[in-house]
Design a protein around this ligand. Sequence first.
Ligand SMILES: [Zn+2]
Length: 279
Amino acid sequence: MRVYISADMEGITGLVDAEDVQPSGRDYELGRLMMTEDVNAAISGALSGGATDVLVNDAHGPMRNLFPGELHPRARLIKGRPKPMSMLEGLEADFGIVLCVGFHARAGAPGVMSHSFMGHEIEDMWLDGRPVGEIGLLHAAAAAIGVPVGLLTGDDAACAEMTEWDSGVTTVAVKTARDRFAAELRPPAESRAAIQAAAHSAVAGLLASPREPDLAQKPKALAVRWQSAAVATHLLGIPGVTRTDSRTVEVTARMPDLYRLLGIFLRVATTLTNQAPYC
Ligand SMILES: [Zn+2]
């Protein structure tokens, strides 16, 4: 089974603050190492569970966080940005499972470093009327490509958010949120052992009882409420995009095209607001 790993940073073991996850941060280099260790734990578990190959997509901020020389030697790495499919770049139907490592809760949720794609610019998002963030959108896009999400690691809020979308996904909470920039940490060795064991059982479990892909997906409505009305105004230039109030746009399309379109929304918003995507 081919295994795909989408690696974010806010939900990595030991990290709680922008200082840990942004390139200008005082502890960013340590954060990169912690991220590489969590991803390596997932790769080791996937391989022992039956993975034939592992593709890792560095999916946070500059998307140049993981240390290639320190990454498990059996894994290949997608590094850098922008990428048309962003956090799912490189995922094709011939993969058997997606493992989400280091994910975080959506904007407004009481989770560690909670946000949706941008630091502040996206205030809320809804998928078919239901509040959604990076976790729900990635899950829906991967399902439309034909690959189930089998594991998510992050804080307890990210794990709960994943479970709300799909109770069949194994989750590993590596920290418990105390506030947006504070958490009670699981000891790193224990956390990585839990990630490795969960990745093993997610891959082995899916090999033992495969899930049929649900490719008959209906178009979905995505609404995004921006902080800046200017972003909504400019997005109206994209055919099919409508505005429901001065700052909220809506568009209906099939996944995964909708996910790719959201990437264009984000690049427009970044250009207009000078606020870098954070993912
Ligand atoms: Zn991120």
